[in-house]
Every structure is written in C-alpha cells, then in structure tokens.
Design a protein around this ligand. Structure first.
Ligand SMILES: Nc1nc2c(c(=O)[nH]1)N[C@H]1C(S)=C(S)[C@@H](COP(=O)(O)O)O[C@H]1N2
Ligand SMILES: [Mo]
Length: 391
C-alpha cells in the first residue's frame, strides 16, 4: 500500500497531490499527504532558535523548542485543503498551480494551542490580527523583492482552543515538507492559513496586508456595499468521488461509489448522489465519524441495469445546512473550487469484477484512536458497511 506516492505537479518547489484514488483510510498516511510549497524548504532552524511572540502584547515572550515541548498538548484531527485544489477543472483556465483533486489530506495533528502563548505574552486590547511568519523566503513574478511566507488569522481564530502550533502529524515529528519543527494548524480553514516552518508570531492592530493575504489567496464577496476583496478563510462544504475514477468502465449490476466529504469548521450531515445529471438524488451511507474539521468517508451502492454513459455527482450538506453548489462562483476566481464535479463513467453489459476495497480494520483503528484522543465530541465509533466487506 505504501508503494503509492504523491503525484508531482511541480518539482521545484515541490507541489504534489495526495494519491486520492488509493485512499482507503480515514487518516491520510503522511508520505501520501499533499505538499504545497511556494518556495524551497528552508534550512533547519539553528539550535539557539526561539519562537517569539511580539507586537501588541504586554511583554515580548520567547520559547525554545524544549520549553515549547514542555507545554500542555492537544490533538486535533483535521482535513487540510489547499484553496487552489481542483483549479485544473476550471474553464476557462485560471493561472496558478494546476491542481487536480488531490491537494487535500486528513491527519492527526498534535501541538500547543497558540492561545497559551498569546495569553502568556498578554494580548493588548488594540489587537486585530495575529501574523504567523515562516522561515521560507523567495520572490514572485509580481513581487521581485524576496519575502518570507506569512499569513494572519483574526484574533478570535488564533485564540480558539483548537488552533495549534503543531509539532507532530499522525503521531510523528513533522517532516521537513510539512513544516518541521513547528507549523500552525488553523482547523477548518484553507491550508494557506496553516503556516509551516514557523519563526515568529506578531500581534498587530490592523488587518495584515502581506502578499499572501492581500494579493494572493483572496476572493471577492458580495456585500451590501458592493463587491469587496477578502482573504480566503474557513473552508466551504465539498465532496469528492474517489472511486470509480473518471472514464472508468463498469458493468451492469451493483457498483460501489466511494468518496470523502468535508465541511471545514462544521461536520458533514449528508452526502447525496445523482447518477442522472442532477435530476434525482439519493443519500449515500456515511461511514464512521462525522466531526467538525474532519472529512467523512461515504459509500453508495449504485444499482444499474442499463448499459450506457453516465455522469456521477456527489453533493455534501453540512450540519448547518450549507449545500455544495453545482457551479463555480466566478467571484471566487481560482480559489475555493468546491462545485460538484461530474465524473463520467461507462457501463457495459458484461459484469466486471470490482476493484479491491480497503481493510475495515484500518478504518476502525483510525476511528478508535480519534475517540481515545479527542474528548470534544460524544463519539459512536460503531461502523456500518452497506456491503459488509469494508470500504
Ligand atoms: N511557510 C509556509 N507555510 C505554508 C505554505 C508555504 O508555502 N510556506 N503553503 C501554505 C499552503 S497554500 C498550504 S495549502 C499548506 C499546505 O500544507 P502541506 O504542504 O503540509 O500539505 O501550507 C501552507 N503553509
Ligand atoms: Mo494552499
């Protein structure tokens, strides 16, 4: 299973996708987890390095890695998706990394709540944004002056108990690609917020205007005052059909559709499937946990008697009733691409052997470890398999 690798979109810097077609478990194995780098991975931080919290605080405070390691930890399971995920499906084409569907993964993240550090430093009443600075540097075509990667969170999100300075991913020390030694984890927000290779935290008394906050990773939004430009923030509700693949050839009879769905800061309430271009919708079976931040696995047993060409659609609904749209909103530009994308398949009259499905034990292990480590939700980890043979 681990022979599978990330699908490289650009090699330098590395931008590569999770091999979604091979996903069989709730947690994405770290070697498979997508990588989104704007610049080269920075050299490891020096031994005398300290994480500093400064700006609109009562006293500038610093922590060594050892001091940070001694602070109380928290574990959060969370889906990270790049705001540009799915960009290659847009027509007309939008500039930027041409991601397929795989700039997404789901992992277990462990670290220290940022709030702990902010409280120690004493955030002043004038605070608006908290800026997180990365160690990686470089330039962009429209910004030739080299700059460090930086992104800000509004104070409230930075103070949320689940916003972490993550040091471990899936139980292991972060690897270089994912931000060693420390990265931010802003659960339920597009990946760009979760700054890797963190060097410095700065509390400021205005909205941050950095390049990746005001020039890139911005969308337009309709308001009572007209259209305004805002940074991408919390994630939209979305689903992805992982199997069958586009242009798969299936047989008449029962075909199993399998996929994932997520709702950012909200849990997924429902996933619906249409096999007739959106005329009729039927509920998919949600498998295992439904929790905020985490994707949910689903399956759907599709009975098909008539050979021909079909187009498969999945549509997710979040707990507050947000529904995945059928079209991309042009105001979103090349970001937040979350419309239901049709997956064309052909059904032939001959019955075919189904592809192999995941081992149910793998999935159960993931779920139980979530239940043990995460006390925020009353969890029922009993699994249901519509077909009785795993995912
Ligand atoms: N320092 C730094 N942090 C960063 C980035 C970066 O290029 N440099 N990319 C961001 C973007 S756009 C995404 S989607 C996520 C990807 O995290 P991953 O590479 O661990 O999957 O990291 C974010 N944090
Ligand atoms: Mo991203």
């Amino acid at each position: 299973m681990m022979a599978e690798q990330r699908r490289v979109v650009t090699a330098t810097p590395e931008n590569s996708e999770t091999p979604l077609a091979s996903v069989r478990s709730w947690v994405t194995p770290t070697p498979w987890f997508f990588v989104r780098n704007h610049f080269e991975v920075p050299s490891p931080i020096p031994a005398d390095w300290r994480l500093r919290v400064e700006g609109c605080v009562d006293h500038v405070a610093e922590w060594t890695l050892d001091e940070l390691a001694a602070l109380p930890e928290r574990t959060v399971f969370c889906t990270l998706e790049c705001a540009g995920n799915g960009r290659s499906f847009l027509q007309p084409c939008v500039p930027g990394v041409q991601w397929g569907a795989g700039a997404i993964g789901h992992a277990e993240w462990t670290g220290i709540p940022v709030r702990h550090l902010l409280e120690k430093a004493g955030v002043q009443a004038s605070a608006v944004d908290v800026v997180f600075w990365g160690a990686d540097r470089g330039s962009e075509a429209d910004h030739l002056e080299p700059m460090a990667f930086a992104r800000a969170l509004p104070l409230a999100k930075a103070m949320d108990a689940d916003t972490l300075l993550a040091t471990r991913m899936n139980g292991e020390i972060l690897d270089a690609s994912h931000g060693y030694p420390i990265r931010l984890l802003a659960p339920g927000w597009y990946g760009v917020a979760s700054v890797k290779w963190l060097t410095r935290i700065e509390v400021i008394d205005r909205s941050f205007q950095g390049y990746y906050q005001s020039k890139k990773y911005v969308i337009q939004r309709r308001t009572s005052r007209g259209v305004e430009t805002v940074p991408v923030g919390s994630m939209a509700v979305k689903s992805e059909i992982l199997r069958p693949a586009s242009d798969a050839v299936l047989g008449v009879g029962t075909n199993r559709l399998f996929g994932v769905a997520w709702g950012g800061e909200e849990a997924v309430a429902r996933v619906e499937i249409s096999t007739d271009n959106g005329k009729n919708w039927n509920d998919a079976e949600l498998m295992g946990l439904r929790a905020p931040y985490s994707w949910t696995l689903w399956e759907y047993l599709w009975e098909v008697a008539v050979p021909g060409s079909y187009s498969l659609l999945a549509r997710a609904v979040s707990t507050s009733g947000r529904v995945q749209p059928s079209e991309h909103d042009p105001l979103l530009g090349g970001y937040m691409i979350h419309f239901s994308r049709p997956i064309p398949v052909r059904v032939e009259s001959a019955r075919r052997t189904q592809e192999t499905w995941a081992d149910a034990d793998t999935l159960l292990y993931d779920m139980n470890s979530f239940a043990e480590e995460n006390t925020r939700f009353p969890l029922d980890v009993e699994m249901q398999f519509a077909g009785g043979e795993g995912i």
